[in-house]
Design a binder for this molecule. Structure first.
Ligand SMILES: Nc1nc2c(ncn2[C@@H]2O[C@H](COP(=O)(O)OP(=O)(O)OP(=O)(O)O)[C@@H](O)[C@H]2O)c(=O)[nH]1
Ligand SMILES: [Mg+2]
Length: 463
């Protein structure tokens, strides 16, 4: 596209959004979560519930639908040409075929127009319907962990990183890289040396992820470079704290790379996708963390704390929405609740609340509404009961992701508070992964509590 045409398109889109914001008819919803938390599945299911035939969608707690005021939603056909579109149709097709969508490798966006009848007042008498534009952005969870790096300098990042690498589930894995750095000539800042060490560090991050099930991995672009693959911006690794005291060529170079990474990668990512969010969903996969053990659960908590510090929370008067949008509602959601029997959902919500206790106490959250719940974007199991020697116990039936076979199991209990290291010594959690149920192309994905999530996130905007 020619320069001026692109500029014109950008301008008209921006002014349209500005106008919509002025009328309070535009909402930007952020779906936040670490890699594998369930963002892509959540967005796909949410969009299908909002755009599917109103008579078939099962959302009893979503008041516009219950009150028969929801007229339906459609995907906006016209999206800015330069904006990658969220592959909703492809993801939906995968899920209906009984497969999970692949892990996200780049960002994308989807805009919906939701049409509804106003509930009461003058608007209800004067207009047949109103519309709300909803923008949703998807991105790889790995990139989210770059946000806390904005609050650090290179030295602080190195110290933070090596504290993390000293944790019991990581220390043995990090040893070889630590030895390599200790033997490195700090006055050699040649291209060969920097790239060699970056490659080794990037392999270390993969190892942390696969072997230690670690989730706090930085910089995120080393794991998933997107369009930055091969650029010098990604030549970044943490020197040992003992190597920071004295200036050296390598230290100076890495300091520069760190600052460039902050300015050219993290800041634009933050500004483009997060700085203007109105509402936010924070998806947390507590069950995988429980499966992985005490230290991973602790790390998940630390990662969530760091991420949440990066967002602005506060009231959303119309003036503020226009000039300094802030997140006015946050939904904390424990995802994949369908991996549990229903009587465990309460414990899962309590565990999530415990995990988030510190960030939730933070004064910034007192200015916005928040809620915690356990939900499933795509229900993969059927709930049943089996007779055992101890009486009737609840169980789940579903297609195991491991064997591809139908399985009937009791997946186990969820602790209602942060479990101690001792508990993990005596008990191994093993919540199983299931595959989605195979559905016909028009069928709506079965979900759990998406109606309550929608009511909290959108109910007041569709009044
Ligand atoms: N049982 C169950 N599993 C789910 C659900 N949502 C996601 N999963 C599982 O979690 C995996 C990751 O889900 P995604 O939606 O790809 O997660 P993501 O947050 O987009 O991950 P990245 O793209 O890597 O950042 C899926 O492949 C499923 O195995 C759900 O509602 N129920
Ligand atoms: Mg994804």
């Amino acid at each position: 596209m020619k320069g001026w045409a692109k500029l014109h398109e950008q301008w008209s889109q921006q002014s349209q959004q500005f106008g919509q914001r002025l009328l309070d008819r535009h909402l930007r919803l952020g779906i936040t979560g670490l890699s594998g938390a369930g963002k892509t599945a959540f967005i796909t299911s949410l969009v299908q519930q909002l755009t599917g035939p109103v008579a078939e969608v099962q959302l009893p707690f979503f008041s516009p639908l219950r009150q028969q005021r929801y007229l339906g939603g459609r995907l906006q056909a016209q999206q800015a040409m330069q904006t990658p579109r969220f592959p909703f149709e492809q993801n939906l097709q995968q899920l209906q075929l009984g497969k999970w969508p692949v892990s996200t490798t780049s960002w994308s966006q989807l805009s919906l127009t939701l049409r509804y009848k106003p509930a009461s007042g003058l608007a209800a008498r004067l207009t047949d319907f109103r519309e709300l534009q909803l923008d949703i952005v998807d991105y790889p969870g790995e990139w989210l962990l770059d946000l806390p790096m904005l609050q650090q300098d290179y030295q602080q990042w190195c110290e933070f990183s090596w504290q993390l690498f000293a944790k019991p589930h990581r220390v043995a894995i990090a040893q070889a890289f630590q030895d390599l750095l200790a033997a490195t000539d700090l006055d050699d800042d040649s291209e060969l040396q920097i790239q060699r060490l970056t490659d080794r560090y990037s392999a270390l991050l993969q190892q942390f992820r696969v072997e230690a099930k670690a989730c706090l991995l930085q910089p995120g672009r080393l794991l998933l470079p997107g369009d930055l693959a091969g650029t010098p911006l990604l030549q970044l690794f943490p020197l040992l704290p003992s190597q920071l005291a004295k200036p050296s060529k390598l230290l100076l170079r890495l300091q520069r790379h760190f600052e460039s990474y902050q300015q050219l990668v993290v800041t634009p990512f933050y500004q483009q996708y997060f700085a203007s969010l109105d509402r936010q969903v924070v998806l947390v996969d507590c069950l995988s963390a429980l499966n992985a053990g005490y230290h991973v659960l602790q790390e998940l908590q630390q990662a969530l704390m760091l991420i949440l510090q990066s967002f602005h929370y506060g009231p959303a008067g119309w003036l503020q929405r226009l000039f300094n949008p802030k997140i006015s509602k946050v939904l904390f959601a424990a995802s994949k609740a369908d991996q549990l029997t229903p009587e465990q959902h309460k414990n899962l919500t309590l565990l999530l609340q415990q995990l988030l206790q510190q960030p939730l106490q933070d004064s910034r959250f007192q200015y916005c509404q928040s809620e915690a719940m356990a939900l499933a974007a795509v229900v993969t199991t059927d709930v049943g009961q089996v007779q055992t020697g101890e009486g009737v116990v609840p169980c789940l039936q579903g297609i195991s992701a491991l064997s591809g076979e139908r399985q009937t199991i009791f997946p186990g209990e969820v602790p209602m508070s942060m479990p101690s290291p001792l508990l993990f010594e005596h008990h191994a959690f093993a919540f199983p992964d299931f595959l989605p149920k195979v559905l016909a192309p028009q069928q709506i994905l079965p979900q759990l509590r998406l109606d309550q999530a929608l009511e909290f996130l959108l109910g007041d905007k569709l009044q």
